[in-house]
Design a protein around this ligand. Structure first.
Ligand code: SF4
Length: 704
């Protein structure tokens, strides 16, 4: 019997943007043993606790196994034909009555690149609207916007190996120890091997990441631009700029420096605004100036801000000015949150992008993509970004939304607004692996999707590495791949161009588009994103595809570790978060992950050993603040903002500053009390990226 079992399958972890390779080995008893893939460059066999517990999350309890339609008596099981027909007819009817802008897709960094590609093609090339946005908007869209402003394209110049080669690692707005654990362990090993490597953590909280830090800068929420503008100013004063690199490869230094010098030239003033000791600011600036090989990695603490794009550019400015970019051991590095946040970007999964890193508002790009697709139309302008999208739904401007692989009722800011929006929406379609979530409760049509271990495709991690996710389990019930469901709806809407039979055919089209007319000749558009070397793989080569970093061209058939790039320094005038603390809401709410949970816990919530780390939602606050607000550790308290409220137990984690409160993002409305912290979070967004300000909402706390 054992000899009939499939062999170990190499796949990729379903969680964070480190993108670890996983070996999944089916067992005779039906279980799956999960281990690290020693051949995968992202993790060389290592896994964190979440990744190691993947095998415990594969049970079918709670799974959505059949299509369901809502009638007067609630949801009832339906055939695929009936459900797909209802979606296609509903979307077509609303488009006919109100135009293409009246429908939308809201998708997810959990989707595989092939799913994303088809969703984007359907909306932008066939429906003719760019109303497709993704939960990646909440995660790293400020990095995308910052990259585009600096490099002209959404490029991460470096790779994980740079962390091994650096003499200084700066982690800004990143609790990598909990959120990107395998990469953090790599940095920790580096520190063990070479104790002289300096690790700096910039974070309002003293997190687990600080355990390996030589210097922790506990800056006040939202003050990063002051800190990095001050650094730019310091680097100029100290003569650390790389004049030759700046002259040959960059523009905008004088303007960026002039803006930085206005408020941030004096480290004492920077220390005052950031609310940290001046000696720490000086120590950081001196170390950065003296260390050519420095990697500055940044994550949600930088991105999730109403000044997120400026924060990203203020970091990149320091690397461009010193020429420390695209070379071994140095560079700015965006740590993406989700397993496929990068892959989604590659195929235009954001409302303001076209496929293959092309721009919606560039007529040449639009003509190229439409020409390649031979599609009847192409979206003429950017669609609605996540927060705007749900506001447009509530306002009745968007009348049909198809939510795929995400739970916006929990994860969006101002989540009660999302509840109002979905409650009013004429047609809500939800594709998910789980039957009962806060969002599926609003579905008129529920479509069962394949989950991790059942689906087949590719993902791209934080270092541009494309890896295969491979199926090793049969499809449960009637669940189908997201790309297939999208194609079947598209065909029922009368659209050609969706006759894909397998994931490898979609990947091939995606790779061909990336290299089509990609060059400098007549009719060409030069793009860095290029998968020319991955075209025409066929099923067999796609199945055995090894991890590879794009661009993959004829000249770089094995991929590209680093992208040598210059760029534009962007002036970044510092500004405070949108909503200031007030007498009614005097504290600043920060939100984030805990070590062993993922997103809204639909998957990690199934593994008992993951629940053991943190068993319930909590409100972390400084003991002095707790005293001031009349609440005690271990007791329930109510935390409220102008947008909503929730109840949880108070704790003193020990790492939080006076005036700040931290609440984790994972718990949902299906717990004993509604513990959706998203309901409290301000809907303020970055004006460039549209990313919400999850790291600062004015709140108050009271005894419950
Ligand atoms: Fe998965 Fe991230 Fe952990 Fe790697 S570090 S095993 S990708 S959760």
């Amino acid at each position: 019997k054992l000899s009939t079992l499939p062999l170990a399958v190499r796949t990729t972890c379903a969680y964070c943007g480190v993108g670890c390779g996983v070996q999944a080995t089916p067992q005779a008893d039906g279980g799956i043993v999960v281990g690290g893939d020693a051949t995968h460059p992202a993790n060389l066999g290592k896994l964190c606790v979440k990744g190691s517990a993947l095998g415990e999350t594969l049970g079918l309890e709670g799974r959505l196994l059949h299509p369901q339609l809502r009638g007067e008596d609630g949801l009832r099981q339906a055939s695929w034909d009936e459900a797909l027909g209802r979606v296609a007819a509903g979307f077509s009817d609303i488009i006919a009555r109100h135009g293409p802008g009246s429908v939308a897709l809201y998708v997810s960094g959990q989707l595989l690149t092939e799913d994303y590609y088809v969703a984007n093609k359907l909306m932008k090339g066939y429906i003719g609207s760019a109303n497709i946005d993704t939960n990646s908007r909440l995660c790293m869209s400020s990095s995308v916007a910052g990259h585009k402003r600096a490099f002209g394209a959404d490029i991460v110049p470096g790779c994980y190996e740079d962390f091994d080669l650096a003499d200084m690692v700066v982690l800004a707005g990143s609790n990598a120890a909990w959120c990107h654990p395998v990469l953090f362990q790599r940095i920790a090993r580096l520190k063990e091997r070479r104790p002289e490597v300096m690790v700096v953590v910039i974070d309002p909280r003293r997190t687990a990441t600080c355990e390996i830090a030589d210097l922790h800068l506990p800056i006040a929420a939202g003050t990063d631009v002051w800190l990095f503008n001050g650094l730019l100013s310091h680097l100029a004063r100290e003569g650390v700029m790389d004049g030759a690199f700046v002259a040959a490869r960059t523009t905008g230094l004088a303007a960026a420096l002039a803006v930085a010098n206005v408020d941030c030239a004096d480290p004492l003033e920077v220390a005052r605004v950031c609310r940290i000791e001046p000696s720490k600011v000086r120590a950081f600036y001196r170390a950065f100036a003296a260390t050519p090989k420095v990697v500055t990695a940044y994550s949600q603490g930088v991105n999730q801000s109403s000044a997120g794009t400026d924060k990203v550019n203020s970091i990149i400015n320091c690397h461009l000015a010193t020429g420390r970019i695209g070379k071994p051991g140095m560079g700015p590095f965006s740590l993406t949150g989700q397993p496929n946040a990068m892959g989604g970007r590659e195929v235009g999964g954001l409302a303001n992008m076209l496929a293959a890193h092309m721009e919606l508002d560039n007529p040449e790009h639009a003509e190229l993509v439409q020409g390649f697709w031979k599609s009847p139309r192409i979206a003429a302008r950017a669609g609605l970004k996540a927060v705007d999208l749900f506001q447009a739904i509530e306002a009745g401007k968007v009348k049909a939304v198809w939510v795929i692989g995400t739970n916006p009722m929990v994860s969006m800011p101002d989540a009660n607004q999302v509840q109002r929006a979905l409650g009013k929406c004429e047609l809500v379609v939800v594709s998910d692996i789980m039957a009962s979530t806060d969002t599926t409760a609003f579905a008129h049509v529920l479509l069962p999707a394949l989950g991790w271990g059942e689906k087949d495709g590719t993902v791209t991690n934080s270092e541009r590495c494309i890896s295969r996710q491979r199926a090793f389990l049969p499809a449960p019930g009637e669940a189908r791949a997201d790309w297939k469901i999208l194609c079947q709806v598209a065909q029922r809407m009368g659209f050609g161009g969706f006759d894909f039979r397998a994931a490898h055919e979609i990947f091939d089209e995606h790779a061909r588009l990336s290299s089509w007319r990609n060059g400098t000749g007549a009719g060409c558009v030069k793009r860095v994103f290029n998968l020319e070397g991955l075209t025409g793989l066929g099923e067999r080569n796609y199945d055995t595809l090894d991890p590879v970093q794009w661009p993959v061209t004829q000249g770089a058939a094995l991929g590209t570790r680093r992208i040598e790039c210059g760029g534009r320094l962007v002036p970044t005038a510092p500004r405070a978060p949108v909503h200031a603390a007030s007498p009614d809401y005097p504290l600043s709410l920060n939100t984030g992950r805990v070590r062993d949970q993922w997103h809204t816990m639909t998957r990690t919530g199934k593994a008992p050993r993951l629940a053991g780390h943190v068993t319930e939602p909590f409100i972390d606050m400084h003991p002095h603040d707790a005293l001031l607000y009349g609440v005690r550790e271990g007791e329930l308290a109510r935390v409220s903002s102008a947008w909503g409220a929730m109840v949880a137990r108070v704790q003193h984690g020990g790492g939080i500053a006076r005036g700040a409160v931290f609440v984790p993002i994972h718990w949902n409305g299906q717990t004993a009390s509604d513990a959706r912290v998203g309901a409290l979070v301000s809907p303020a967004v970055d004006p460039v990226s549209g990313e919400p300000e999850f790291k600062h909402t004015p709140v108050t706390v009271e005894h419950f």
